[in-house]
Design a binder for this molecule. Sequence first.
Ligand code: NAP
Length: 249
Amino acid sequence: MSRPVVLVTGGSRGIGAAVCRLAAARGFDVAIVYRSETAAAEAVAEACRQAGAAALVIAGDMGVQDEIAAAFEAAARLGPVRHVVNNAGITGRAGRLDATDPDVIRETIDVNVTGAILVAREAARRLATRHGGPGGSIVNISSVAAEIGSPGEYVWYAASKGAIDSLTIGLARELAGDGVRVNAVSPGLTETEIHARSTGEPGRAARIAPLIPMGRAGQPDEIAEAVLFLMGEGASYVTGANLKVSGGR
Ligand code: NAP
């Protein structure tokens, strides 16, 4: 029997890479979409193949419509895409809003909001049974930032994730009759390179860990488990849900 195909945006590192590896181990073939880190994406693909999956790496900027469409087109080489994990995201350098360059805000919204909505649109057009698609699911990666607002750090990023929460609710209802479930996972503080590379604070996870009720940052694999649950048959009646994976935060 053929394995279902999942397309993961931002699959080269962090949470996306963990989703790719776990999906491969759980019986999916994997399209790994990334922006710039080819070697990292190739390493994730190799790990997926070791787990018995077919895997493709696809470079593309998920803030740009043509590149989004091209990524879906390329992924179809593995077979019809059944699941999309809408994960690519950035924070922009941390700071107060009144001290932040408008370009940082614009870039964050371009990728996290416009890009994620365009990825969801492309997924809807290809997955929905009304368009002749096979049905399936979309898992949007939000953040607890949408709830806590991230004052002094990146309120524009928190706002971008608020948009993802609304997207999840609306699209879930829009596609409920089209064989496509739409859910979100809202990670709390998770140990990835986003804090060093995007936020600009390498020690951020260690600094904030004591403030988390469970006293630690999450690991990407712990977020991936929630994503795989929402993709799976066990979640067949779950749509429009937003699963917080945040150590109690
Ligand atoms: P990460 O380690 O920095 O990885 C980000 C991934 O996204 C990389 O694969 C990167 O590709 C890709 N990416 C970034 N911009 C892209 C673009 N324009 N087009 C295509 N790919 C792009 O980040 P992470 O911590 O795993 O975060 C993943 C998601 O979880 C994000 O949506 C983030 O907001 C969310 N999240 C993270 C945390 C946390 O504490 N880590 C908490 C809550 C929510 P390249 O490697 O090729 O650049």
